[in-house]
Design a protein around this ligand. Structure first.
Ligand code: GLC
Length: 445
């Protein structure tokens, strides 16, 4: 029940409202319609204006280890381009697992990633599948000539360019300068010397392990193995003829060498579960003489807290007597997803990341390798990383993993059979014969 007082208040409110709306009601129907339409238009324009003020958001997935260093250059880019924001999404550490995630997102249709941070071995597959924008029209050959040739070539597929080089990479041999000098050894050139020095220093109790390398079943093992193949005079797949060399004498000898390192306890029994970071962390404890790794481990090994700070050197990989050393060409670059709604902003970001300024900052902070030729002799970088000029030569003559569209499957086959040989399930010859056969089958289709 309403009280008489409430009834009075309600009547007053109604009459006030009527007074406000009355003039509007007194307007002609036509004028009312015009005014209402105007109001609707203004609110649509208003919301569009608010929406247009939102920055464009681009996203890119990468490994956690790189995020703090990437954030530095992303911050600089965003400061210069306040209308663009870049979200760095953390992905798994192993390169092939991130490749799988990118692949799944492309297969689902509308990839949430605008920028694709790509390993050198992904571009042919992603480009062949039509998942990337061809950026060849956006950059001249003169500008591309400023980058390391292998890194540029890694982004080409047929007539197109799908990836701008960001950081280069090449596999190296790390050795304990102090231990070798004490025992009167020169750094090894051949695999036999590496075994001999390892055994000598292990038996003297100078180090628990001789040689650390990546034997886990993942892409890192494939990268390590192309260095062994080159060092034993073999090859994996000839990209022109699609010929497969995994069952040649040279390839089997390369597997035998790796197997010997584990069988003779020169490498730890956990080698079949060792990736780059496992090897680096063990090397950094000071308990190993040699390690195969990428140059990023140099800066971390020389950190103030590291027990091997200033005690190790790097050199080209060992090889069998009579053959030459091979570094696997690694490296990362940025491409643009075909489904991005912001191709121009994405290209602006790619251009910035590949610039001299951004690369210098990133390399100084991270210890990774530049992809711009001039940065290998840049005074600021050389002051920090004295090995850069030599590394440039090593990377210039490095070995590519086969740049074929079916690379991911070919690598998977190799990883499986390498693992079978290293864990003793098959002999090196059996494993390599089976790997060769499966690879031939794959490349036939
Ligand atoms: C490094 C290399 C890359 C390679 C990967 C393997 O990140 O740059 O090319 O595929 O290691 O783990």
């Amino acid at each position: 029940m309403r009280t008489p007082a409430e009834g009075l208040i309600n009547m007053k409110l109604r009459s006030q409202l009527w007074r406000i709306l009355n003039p509007f009601h007194r307007l002609s129907k036509r004028l009312r319609f015009i005014l209402l339409s105007l109001l609707v238009c203004l609110s649509v324009i208003g919301s569009y204006w608010v929406w247009a003020q939102q920055p464009v958001r681009l996203s890119m997935m990468l490994q956690a280890q790189e995020i703090p260093n990437w954030q530095l250059i992303v911050d600089d880019f965003e400061a210069q381009n306040p209308n663009v924001k870049i979200d760095l999404i953390e992905g798994p550490n192993a390169t092939n697992l991130r490749e799988d995630l990118y692949t799944t997102s492309f297969l689902l249709g509308d990839s949430p990633y605008d920028l694709i941070y790509m390993d050198i071995v992904w571009a042919p597959k992603f480009a062949a599948a039509g998942w990337l924008l061809d950026i060849s029209e956006r950059i001249s050959e003169e500008e591309l000539a400023e980058f390391m040739q292998g890194d540029v070539d890694g982004g080409r597929y047929e007539e197109g360019l799908y990836r701008m080089p960001f950081r280069s990479d090449g596999g190296m041999l790390y050795y304990r300068q102090d231990l070798l000098a004490e025992a009167g050894f020169d750094p090894p050139e051949t695999t036999a010397e590496l075994l001999q020095i390892s055994k000598a220093l292990q038996s003297q109790g100078k180090a628990e392990w001789g040689y650390l390398w990546q034997g886990k079943q993942y892409e890192g093992a494939a990268a390590m193995f192309v260095e062994m193949l080159e060092g034993f005079g073999g090859y994996w797949v000839n990209p022109e003829t699609k010929e497969v060399g995994l069952d040649t004498k040279a390839a089997i000898a390369a597997v035998q060498f790796l197997q010997t390192t584990v069988a003779d306890k020169i490498s730890p029994p956990g080698t079949t579960a060792t990736d780059e970071e496992v090897a680096r962390n063990l090397f950094q404890t000071g308990n190993a003489v040699f390690m195969r790794n990428w140059p990023y481990a140099w800066k971390l090994g020389n950190d103030p807290g590291s027990s091997i700070q200033g005690k190790f050197g790097i050199k080209p990989m060992v090889h069998a007597a009579g053959f030459k050393s091979g570094a696997c060409q690694g490296g990362w670059g940025v491409g643009i997803s075909k489904t991005t709604r912001h191709p121009d902003e994405a290209w602006k970001a790619v251009q910035y990341f590949s610039s001299t300024e951004a690369q210098r900052k990133f390399i100084l902070a991270s210890g990774f390798v530049p992809s711009r030729k001039a940065l290998f002799t840049d005074p600021a970088l050389v002051a920090e990383y004295q090995y850069l000029p030599d590394l440039q030569k090593v990377i210039e003559s490095s070995v590519l993993r086969p740049p074929i569209a079916q690379y991911a499957q070919a690598s998977d086959i190799l990883q499986r059979y390498l693992s079978a040989a290293l864990t003793g399930q098959q002999t090196p010859a059996q494993a390599m014969q089976a790997a060769a056969q499966e690879t031939r089958q794959l490349l036939k289709t």
